[in-house]
Design a protein around this ligand. Structure first.
Ligand SMILES: [Zn+2]
Length: 143
């Protein structure tokens, strides 16, 4: 598996821990979008696209955030969160590497692309190549 393209969308506010969004293409054939580049305590790390897990209210069936204390629909008190590993309990990765070699390969490619993008962003004619969803949909319509 080779990473053939990385597209970066830099965030304007560099004080924020979120440095950029990016998409990566594997073997010129498969794209994963919505990765986040986060400036963590131990340097940059790549967060895989994830979805927030929800829990169903046992009284009305409404979906609530896992850490919610009360149902947002009916106000029912929800069972207390018992876990300590909050991130892994709140989010599930949609796509992710399954071994550390693959994780490293992605990490290296993305961080290199981020550095290149920051250099390019200083040019007056800089255009971000990360597709917004609007462009994506208008592009598929023309095919
Ligand atoms: Zn409820």
């Amino acid at each position: 598996m080779e990473i053939t393209e990385v597209r970066i969308k830099l965030m304007d506010d560099n004080d924020d821990r979120l440095q950029a969004f990016c998409s990566i293409t594997f073997d010129g054939e498969f794209v994963v979008r919505d990765l986040k580049i986060i400036d963590g305590q131990r340097g940059l790390f790549i967060a895989m696209p994830s979805r927030k897990l929800t829990t169903k209210c046992f009284r009305c069936g409404a979906k609530n955030e896992i850490r919610a204390n009360f149902c947002s629909q009916c106000g029912q008190k929800l069972p207390a969160d018992q876990g300590s590993d909050a991130r892994s309990r709140l989010f599930a990765d949609i796509a992710h590497p399954i071994n550390s070699a693959a994780r490293e390969k992605i990490q290296n490619a993305v961080i290199e692309a981020l550095e290149n993008e920051r250099v390019r962003a200083c040019q007056p004619d800089y255009v971000c190549t990360y597709d917004d969803f609007d462009e994506f949909y208008s592009d598929t319509k023309t095919r």
